[in-house]
Write a protein that binds this ligand. Structure first.
Ligand code: 1PR
Length: 524
C-alpha cells in the first residue's frame, strides 16, 4: 500500500496510475492522520514552493509530515515534493520548508532557457534504493526552474548538467527525492517507482563517472481533436487549418489509441488540442476529460492539453474561471495546459493597460500550478509587406518572397483556430506571455500546417529570439530531415508534428535515429 500526499495542486493522477500499473494499491491522504499512518509515502509536489507550503499548513500536514520523515519509513518526494525537504526556497522568500535537509532551493540563473524542460541524464553518486541496473544511461523527464542546493554533500544521489551541474536527486536513510518525474519518465521511471515499492536495500552498483549529461531535443506528437459531424470525438488534421475534406471532418483515428501508439513508438510528449474549444465549453465537453483520464492510465510521458481554457459563463449564468477549467484538466491527467485564443486577448489587454492585473488566466494558472504548467499556443500567419515602414509590427527580411515578390513579412497572431487575425505579432505575444508567467511556447504556423514543406525557421528564429522560455516548433514536418533542419537552424528545444505520424508516413523512431546519426541529443 502506497500513500500519496495530495494537497490539491496538480496532477497526482499520473503517480496513482503509475503505482497501479505496477500492481500497487494507493491511498490518497485526506486527513493529517493518514500521513502518520502511512507505510510508504510519496509526495508529488506541483506548483510553487510558497503555495505548496501554504496548502500543507492550511491542511495541518506539516507536523505529521515531519513526524513521518523521522520515522524511518520510506518516503519519496517528487519535484517540489523533494524541494519541500529543504529549509527555504528563492521562489518564496521568508517561507520555511520542512527543513529535513540543510540547504535551500535556488533559481537557475544560466544562459539557457528556463524552465529546464525535457529529458536529461543523471550521474549517480552513491548506491541507492531506487537506482539499479543500467539506470545511469537513461534519461528522465524534468520540468523546473529551481533546484536544490544541499548543505551536506552526502545526501546527493545524482547530479545533472543544465547550464551548471545541479543536484537532481537526494537520498538519506529512508528518504528519497528526485527533481525529475519518474511517473513521466516512461519505462526507466516506472522501474524507479517499482524499486521504491519493493523496499529494496541500497544496491551497490558501478558509480557513474560519465561526462556531462545533456538535455535531449524533444519530439512531440500532436493530436488535434474535435467532434465530427456525427458527434464522435476524433483526431483530425488540417491543411493550413482546414480540417474538412469534401465537406467532412477528416478522421485519422481515436485519441486514446493514437496517444498510446505514440507513447510506445517513443514520443517524448503528447499534446492534445481541442480545436473547437474556442466555441465550446470544455467542462461540458466531458469526452475530452475522459480522453485524458484514459490516456494517463497507459501513457507515462507528459501530456499537454489545450483548447477552450478561458473564463466562461454557462447558460445558467454560472461563472467559471480559466483556472477552474485548467484545474479540471490537471485533475484528469494533464501535466501542462495550453492557452491559444485567450492568450492573444490577454496580451492585447496587457499592452493597452501597460501593466499586469494579476488576474489574467496566464497569471492565475501559473501562480497556482507553476510557470512550467502553462504553455502558450500561437497560431501565426505571414503578412507580407514591401518595406518595413509599411507596418508598425516587427518584420523579418524573408528568403521566401510574398505573392507580389515582397521581401518582408510580419507574423500575425490569430484566434479561434486561425479564423480571426489580430493586430499583434507572434514575437510580441510570446514576450508578453513570458512576462505574465507562461513557461513554454508552442509555435504553430498556419502557412506550413499540413503542407509537409518543413518548419518555418524564420518564424521560429524570430520567436525563439524574443523569449528565454523553451519554444516548441510546430507545423510542416514532412520527413526526418526537417527535424534536423529545425534543430540545426534554430535553438528550439522541441519539434512537434501531427500528419506524418498519424498517416504512418514517418515513424517517430526514424526521426530519432536520424537525429542520433546527425549528432543531435535525443531520448532514444
Ligand atoms: O484557442 O485556446 O481554444 O485553443 C485551440 C487550440 O487548437 C490552439 O492551440 C490552436 O492551435 C488549435 N487549433 C485550432 N484550430 C486548429 C485547426 O487546425 N483548424 N490546430 C488548430 C492547430 C496545428 C497543430 C498541428 C501542427 C502540426 N494546430 O496542432 O498539429 O500544425 O501539423 P503537421 O505536422 O501535420 O503540419 P484555444
Amino acid at each position: 500500500m502506497i500513500t500519496i500526499l495530495d494537497y490539491g495542486a496538480g496532477n497526482v493522477r499520473s503517480v496513482i496510475n503509475a503505482i497501479e500499473k505496477l500492481g500497487g494499491t494507493v491511498k490518497v491522504v485526506t486527513k493529517p492522520e493518514d500521513v502518520i499512518m502511512a507505510e510508504k509515502l510519496i509526495f508529488p509536489g506541483v506548483g510553487s514552493f510558497g503555495s505548496m507550503m501554504h496548502s500543507l499548513e492550511k491542511k495541518n500536514y506539516v507536523d505529521p509530515l515531519k513526524t513521518f520523515l523521522q520515522s524511518g519509513k520510506p518516503f519519496f518526494g517528487i519535484c517540489l515534493g523533494m524541494q519541500a525537504l529543504f529549509e527555504s526556497s528563492e521562489e518564496a522568500p521568508g517561507i520555511r520548508g520542512l527543513g529535513v535537509f540543510g540547504g535551500c532551493v535556488k533559481r537557475f540563473h544560466i544562459e539557457k532557457s528556463v524552465p529546464h524542460i525535457g529529458w536529461n541524464g543523471i550521474s549517480i553518486k552513491k548506491p541507492s534504493r531506487i537506482f539499479k541496473e543500467a539506470a545511469g544511461n537513461e534519461k528522465f523527464y524534468f520540468v523546473h526552474s529551481y533546484y536544490v542546493a544541499p548543505e551536506e554533500r552526502d545526501v546527493v544521489l545524482t547530479t545533472t548538467d543544465y547550464g551548471l551541474e545541479f543536484v537532481s536527486s537526494v537520498e538519506q536513510g529512508s528518504i528519497t527525492g528526485t527533481q525529475f518525474h519518474p511517473e513521466k519518465s516512461g519505462a526507466p521511471g516506472l522501474t524507479l517507482l517499482k524499486n521504491f515499492m519493493a523496499d529494496a536495500e541500497p544496491a551497490s552498483m558501478p558509480l557513474d563517472d560519465t561526462p556531462r549529461t545533456e538535455l535531449a531535443k524533444r519530439i512531440i506528437a500532436c493530436l488535434d481533436v474535435r467532434a465530427n459531424d456525427q458527434g464522435d470525438l476524433v483526431v483530425t488534421k488540417g491543411d493550413q487549418y482546414d480540417v474538412r475534406e469534401k465537406g467532412a471532418v477528416r478522421n485519422l483515428g481515436q485519441p486514446v489509441e493514437l496517444a498510446a501508439r505514440y507513447y510506445t513508438e517513443g514520443a517524448d510528449e503528447i499534446t492534445f488540442l481541442n480545436i473547437t474549444g474556442f466555441r465550446d465549453f470544455p467542462l461540458e465537453d466531458m469526452p475530452m476529460l475522459k480522453v485524458l483520464e484514459e490516456t494517463s492510465k497507459t501513457v507515462f510521458v507528459p501530456l499537454t492539453i489545450g483548447g477552450g481554457i478561458r473564463d466562461y459563463v454557462d447558460k445558467e449564468g454560472r461563472q467559471y474561471s480559466a483556472l477552474e477549467v485548467a484545474s479540471e484538466y490537471f485533475r484528469s491527467g494533464a501535466d501542462k495546459i495550453s492557452i491559444g485564443s485567450d492568450a492573444v486577448l490577454i496580451a492585447e489587454a496587457f499592452l493597452k493597460l501597460g501593466k499586469k492585473t494579476g488576474q489574467s488566466a496566464i497569471e492565475e494558472i501559473s501562480r497556482v500550478y507553476g510557470n512550467q504548467a502553462v504553455v502558450i499556443s500561437i497560431d501565426p500567419r505571414r503578412i507580407y509587406v514591401s518595406s518595413p515602414g509599411e507596418t508598425s509590427h516587427p518584420v523579418v527580411e524573408t528568403s521566401i518572397p510574398g505573392p507580389e515578390g515582397e521581401r518582408y513579412c510580419w507574423f500575425q497572431c490569430t484566434i479561434k483556430g486561425g479564423r480571426e487575425g489580430r493586430d499583434i505579432d507572434a514575437t510580441t505575444l510570446a514576450r508578453v506571455c513570458e512576462e505574465l508567467g507562461a513557461g513554454e511556447i508552442l509555435l504553430n504556423c498556419i502557412d506550413r500546417d499540413g503542407t509537409n514543406a518543413g518548419f518555418d525557421t524564420e518564424l521560429v528564429n524570430a520567436v525563439r529570439g524574443a523569449v528565454s522560455i523553451p519554444v516548441i516548433a510546430s507545423s510542416g514536418a514532412g520527413c526526418v530531415e526537417h527535424f534536423h533542419d529545425v534543430f540545426a537552424e534554430t535553438d528550439v528545444e522541441a519539434a512537434l508534428a501531427a500528419g506524418i505520424f498519424h498517416r504512418r508516413e514517418v515513424p517517430i523512431g526514424d526521426v530519432k535515429s536520424h537525429l542520433v546519426e546527425k549528432g543531435v541529443a535525443v531520448r532514444h
